[in-house]
Design a protein around this ligand. Structure first.
Ligand code: AMP
Ligand code: MG
Length: 340
């Protein structure tokens, strides 16, 4: 199948809407990462997503709507969920709610709940409206690879697998949405993102974080969010995260590891770039928000450069730092060390 990569002009968005209506897949930008969309109510179309990505069947998809009211046909919306929609939609927050029968089993991977989000990206919203149906869309990467934050990344992974990719430039957030379960009494973050625990608690009073967010699942442990148990975001090189508040120790540790490795690369905060003269080093920016924007793209660059050892400085897990560290930790298969 030939893949068209087109700028997200109105006529191309209209074409995307028609393709979605006819059961085909479209790659499109959101403010978090690029999505791979299909009509969420068409089980056969949704099956094509799993095939195109090589995604495990037990990993549910997030359903995207153009306005909060459109969630009502998909799931039971509690008063807490409504408050959160009012506060954060359109935006990078997915709400997991009890599903209605309209949502096919394949979309929710057999779960009795469904994740729903209203994205804050004009192209995503226009595409959903053009389709006239809710759009199931996971990240538009091959399963296991870093999520795509620009149209070129989608093309790398999806060329000849889908008919259309809409190019809307670089994603502003760069990591996937916060996934929040509101099926119980207290909201629980299943996957951290741009919308933080503190921001949610300001609306709901309380907000918990699933404890498997920053550790690997134990053997036999069932995942509160199925995506947690799969290998994710992984570059081909062997990655280690170096943590620590003492910058001298962080620099010394990164240097030592770099010099004892073949074909290595350092990813560090902007202010430490000059500390590694003559070494291969890239900037993670000045804040967790900066790192969120560039992380997946850098991990793809590591693959393109055939780097075999990736030495990456971490962030504190406060605020958006938790989302960044959650992705980094998975990319590094939880190989995290303290600088010394
Ligand atoms: P992706 O679309 O690639 O960002 O992945 C979506 C992630 O959202 C999945 O991997 C799940 O972990 C999570 N998710 C979606 N729907 C549900 C649900 N009903 N219950 C729990 N987690 C969900
Ligand atoms: Mg994904």
């Amino acid at each position: 199948m030939h893949t068209q990569l087109l700028p997200a002009l109105p006529e191309h968005i209209a074409l995307g809407g028609k393709l979605l209506q006819s059961g085909q897949l479209v790659g499109f930008p959101t403010e978090t990462v690029y999505g791979l969309g299909a009509n969420a109510l068409d089980a056969e179309a949704v099956r094509q997503i799993f095939i195109a990505k090589g995604r495990p069947q037990d990993n549910p998809l997030i359903v995207h709507v153009a306005c909060p009211d459109d969630a009502e046909s998909l799931c039971h919306v509690s008063s807490t969920a409504r408050k959160l929609m009012d506060a954060f939609w359109p935006g990078p927050l997915t709400l997991v709610m009890p599903k209605k029968a309209t949502v096919p089993e394949v979309t929710s991977a057999g779960l009795s709940s469904v994740g729903v989000r209203c994205p804050a990206h004009p192209v995503a919203l226009a595409l959903i409206r053009a389709a006239g149906v809710p759009v199931a869309a996971p990240s538009a990467n091959t399963s296991g690879r870093p999520s795509p934050t620009c149209a070129r990344h989608v093309y790398e992974d999806m060329q000849n697998r889908i008919p259309l990719i809409l190019d809307g430039g670089d994603c502003q957030v760069g990591v996937e949405s916060t996934v929040l379960s509101v099926t119980g009494d207290t909201p629980v973050i299943l996957r951290p993102g741009k919308v933080t625990q503190l921001e949610i608690a300001q609306v709901t009073g309380k907000c918990l974080i699933a404890d498997s967010v920053m550790r690997p699942l134990r053997e036999g442990e069932s995942a509160p969010s199925p995506g947690m148990k799969h290998r994710h975001y992984a570059p081909r090189g062997n990655m280690t995260i170096v943590q620590g508040t003492d910058e001298k120790k962080v620099v010394a540790t990164l240097k030592r590891m770099y010099l004892s490795s073949e074909n290595a690369c350092i990813l560090c905060h902007e202010n430490l770039l000059a500390a590694f003269p003559g070494m291969r080093v890239f900037s993670l920016g000045n804040s967790p928000e900066d790192t969120a924007r560039v992380l997946f793209s850098l991990l793809r660059d590591m693959d393109a450069l055939k780097i075999s050892r990736i030495l990456c400085q971490g962030w504190d897990t406060g605020g958006v730092g938790l989302a960044v560290m959650n992705r980094m930790a998975r990319a590094a298969s939880f190989d995290i060390i303290e600088a010394e």
